[in-house]
Design a protein around this ligand. Structure first.
Ligand SMILES: [Zn+2]
Length: 477
C-alpha cells in the first residue's frame, strides 16, 4: 500500500514529465520547419533537379589568385611607333614579320610587324640568323628568348627530345634514347615548359566558349589500380607530390583552357576557375559542367558573381544588406556519380546555377545531354602523354615540379600541334598526294585552329622557335 501524499507526488511528477515531453516533441514538427526551407517535403521527386533557392552571400568570397595576381595580360605601353618602309637595297627575302626588337632602349621594342627588322645572314656559319633592328641599330639572334637560344646541342636533337617528352616518354627514357644525361633532359624540360607557359598565355586570351568542363584526375590512382606500383610506393610518391591534376576544357572545340596540379581543396578550385576566367573573353559566361565536388560552386560564385540589393520588405527600418549572387547568365550543372566497388552505380544531374531548361538549351546546340564524357576522354589522353601522370610512375623523379613542367608542355602540344580527328574539315576539292596514296580529303584541325586562335597546325619546332612578344599585338599590323 502506497502512502497517499507520496502517491500525489508521483502523479504530479508524472504530469510534469508528460508536459516536458510534449513540449519537446510537439513543436519540433511544425514550429521548427521554417528553419529548413530548402527541404520541401512534398512532392519529393518533382523538384529533385530544380536548383535550391540560393539567397546569396553577405560577403564576397575571396580568391587568393584574384588578390595577389598582377595584371593577367600585359598591355602595350603606348601606341606603336610608325611603320618603317625600307627605301634602299634589294627586296627582303627572309620573312621577319613575326620578330620584334628585344632591346629595352628601342622605341620598337616588343612590337611586331613594323618593318624595323631585317635578316643579316648567319654569322660565322652558325645555325641561326642574325637580325638587325633599324630602329635602334642593334643586332640580335633569331632564337633570342626561346629555349633554343645559346644551346650547343644540335637543334634537331633538342626538338626531337622535347617531342618524345610531349608524347609521353619519361625523362630517363628520353635521356637513354638521345644519349644525353637525364639532368640535361630535365633542364631542357624546365626551359621548354617555361616557354610553353608563356606561349599559352600569349595565345589563350579573350577566348569565346559556350561550355566548359572541369575535372580533377588523380595522378597516381590508375597505377595503383593497374597493380604496377604498390600502395606503399604510391603513398611515398603522394607525400612528395600533389595528387590531383585539374583540367578545364571547352568540349566543343576540345580546347584545353587550363591545366594545373594541386590538392583537392577550395583554394585550388578557386585558382582553376580564376585561370579559366582570365582566358575567357570579357562578358563571356559559359555553361560549366563538373563532377560532384562541392568546391566548384563557391569558386564559380566568386568569379561570376555580383552584388544584388534585395528590395525592401517594410517601409521603415534599415534597408536589407546587399547579397553576393551568381550573375543571371551563369549556368552550372554537376554530374554526380555514385561508384561502389569501382563500379558505376548511379549517375545523377544537378543544376546548381540557372535552370535545367537553359542548360539543356546550350547542350542541345551540339546535340548533347548533360555529361562530362569529353573531359574523361581527355583524362585518358593526358595519362598517355604525360609520363608522370600515366602508368610509368617511376618517372615521377622530380616530384611536383616535373609534373608541372610536363603538363605545361602537354597544354601547348595538345592545343596547337595535335590535330583532332573530330575537328577535321572536309576539303572543297580532294588534293592528290604523291605516290600511290589516295587523295587527301580532309584538312587537319587543332583545337587552337577551331577556336580561331591560329590558322595552321604548329610543329613543335615552330613552337620552340616562336619568340613570344611581351604584349598582345594589335590585329592587322
Ligand atoms: Zn630596336
Amino acid at each position: 500500500m502506497i502512502p497517499q501524499p507520496f502517491f500525489y507526488q508521483l502523479v504530479v511528477l508524472g504530469l510534469l514529465w508528460l508536459f516536458v515531453m510534449l513540449h519537446y516533441a510537439w513543436p519540433s514538427r511544425c514550429v521548427a520547419s521554417p528553419h529548413q526551407p530548402a527541404k520541401p517535403i512534398l512532392p519529393p521527386r518533382k523538384h529533385s533537379s530544380d536548383p535550391q533557392p540560393f539567397s546569396g552571400l553577405t560577403r564576397r568570397p575571396l580568391c587568393a589568385a584574384c588578390e595577389h595576381a598582377p595584371a593577367p595580360h600585359p598591355h602595350a605601353p603606348a601606341a606603336p611607333p610608325p611603320r618603317l618602309v625600307p627605301t634602299r637595297g634589294r627586296p627582303r627575302q627572309v620573312d621577319t614579320s613575326w620578330h620584334f626588337c628585344p632591346h629595352p632602349d628601342c622605341a620598337y621594342q616588343g612590337w611586331v610587324g613594323l618593318g624595323n627588322i631585317s635578316a643579316n645572314g648567319h654569322p660565322s656559319g652558325g645555325p641561326w640568323r642574325q637580325l638587325y633592328c633599324t630602329g635602334c641599330r642593334g643586332y640580335f639572334q633569331e632564337t633570342h628568348g626561346t629555349p633554343l637560344h645559346g644551346k650547343r646541342v644540335a637543334p634537331e636533337k633538342l626538338v626531337w627530345a622535347v617531342g618524345a617528352l610531349a608524347e609521353g616518354l619519361g625523362i630517363r627514357a628520353v635521356a637513354r634514347v638521345f644519349e644525353v644525361d637525364p639532368n640535361t633532359v630535365w633542364h631542357w624540360l624546365v626551359e621548354v615548359a617555361d616557354h610553353a607557359a608563356t606561349f599559352s598565355q600569349y595565345f589563350l586570351h579573350a577566348v569565346r566558349v559556350t561550355q566548359v568542363q572541369l575535372d580533377e584526375l588523380f595522378a597516381l590512382l590508375s597505377a595503383v589500380q593497374a597493380g604496377e606500383v604498390s600502395e606503399a610506393e604510391a603513398i611515398t610518391g603522394l607525400s612528395r607530390s600533389p595528387h590531383w591534376v585539374w583540367v578545364a576544357l571547352d568540349p566543343v572545340r576540345k580546347l584545353l583552357l587550363t591545366i594545373d596540379v594541386g590538392d583537392r581543396t577550395l583554394a585550388m578550385a578557386q585558382g582553376v576557375v580564376h585561370q579559366v576566367a582570365q582566358v575567357l573573353a570579357p562578358g563571356c559566361v559559359p555553361l560549366f559542367l563538373t563532377d560532384g565536388l562541392k568546391e566548384y560552386a563557391m569558386a564559380l560564385l566568386t568569379h561570376f558573381g555580383y552584388w544584388v540589393q534585395p528590395p525592401r520588405r517594410q517601409a521603415t527600418g534599415p534597408a536589407p544588406k546587399p547579397r553576393w549572387m551568381a550573375v543571371p547568365q551563369l549556368l552550372y550543372a554537376q554530374v554526380v556519380k555514385t561508384v561502389r566497388r569501382r563500379r558505376l552505380v548511379r549517375v545523377r544531374h544537378r543544376v546548381v546555377f540557372g535552370t535545367l531548361e537553359a542548360v539543356q538549351q546550350v547542350l542541345a546546340a551540339c546535340g548533347w545531354q548533360i555529361n562530362t564524357a569529353f573531359i574523361e576522354r581527355l583524362n585518358l589522353s593526358i595519362r598517355q602523354h604525360v609520363a608522370a601522370v600515366g602508368r610509368r610512375v617511376t618517372t615521377l623523379c622530380k616530384g611536383e615540379d616535373g609534373l608541372h613542367q610536363q603538363l605545361a608542355l602537354y597544354h601547348v602540344y595538345d592545343n596547337f600541334c595535335l590535330p583532332h580527328t573530330s575537328l577535321r574539315q572536309p576539303l572543297p576539292l580532294p588534293e592528290p598526294t604523291y605516290g600511290a596514296g589516295s587523295a587527301k580529303l580532309w584538312r587537319p584541325c587543332t583545337p587552337a585552329m577551331a577556336a580561331g586562335l591560329t590558322d595552321h597546325v604548329w610543329t613543335l619546332r615552330e613552337v620552340l622557335l616562336f619568340r613570344v612578344p611581351p604584349w598582345p599585338q594589335p590585329a592587322g599590323v
